[in-house]
Design a protein around this ligand. Sequence first.
Ligand code: AMP
Length: 294
Amino acid sequence: MGFVPTMGAFHAGHESLMNAARRECDHVVVSIFVNPTQFTDNTEFGRYPRDEEQDARIAERQGADVLFAPEVPEIYPSRFATTVSVAGELVEMLRRTGLTKDGQLTGMCTIITKLLNIVQPDVVYFGEKDLPHWVAVERMARDLNLPQQIKVLPTVREPDGLAMSSRNVHLGENRKKAVVLHQVLSAVASNLKAGETDAAALRARALSTMDFNVPDGGVTLEYFEILDRDTLEPVTAVRAPVILAIGARVGDVSLLDILRPELPESIRPADPMAALAAGPRQSRESALTPQPSN
Ligand code: AMP
């Protein structure tokens, strides 16, 4: 059984998760629950886009067998008193870099635990864009011996590069400006590919060209980080695979986006399989050692 937990207001990003679940599993369950404990701001919770009828049509079209859309009191009955929270370095890192705010991850981990217990799926699907979510869920699954397999799928984008998000409907006249998030990520990725590996230089070059924080710009940068892909620690120089993460407020809408950039050839590890195939005298260690470029 494949399971796609969501907050509804479906777009092509949600559809790609449902589609993968349909391809890979015998049964597909999709949930819609706008989780109040995941919002740090009540107004944001109140105005989160909701359209259950349209969502039901989309889920059906994507081959979902069950659409589970519980009401808040069903999930949080009176005297509800238990939460699941992920702590430790990884989460501290997410908090320090601004990728998550206090309470958000506890709200998310608690609702995911409840949904997993209710639905009892084998595989759970997440989108790569919401990095704090899948990072915390992967850690929670490992720490609590959850039996589910966690799958993380690529971000689906609008033609101009903006990551699809249910919140995009609130962008209004700022819609065009929101593309700046993807532009920053792409600029850093191309400078990195061209050989610039100093994190401060990459950051300065990408951000200086962007229209942030100008009075009528409508875009306020909340964070931009170059994180080690394994530890999520901000790096000072790129030496191994990284994740680029950006968060910004566009008008009054909070958006986030991430990208896993290609490394420049100078630090890209040689293809270990090709090196191993080259002959028995090639040791595994040397096959895995990054090769200098010509
Ligand atoms: P949400 O309804 O925003 O809570 O998202 C439900 C799931 O869909 C999460 O796992 C998200 O990461 C994923 N998702 C949201 N936007 C996208 C996107 N543009 N591409 C792929 N997955 C997405």
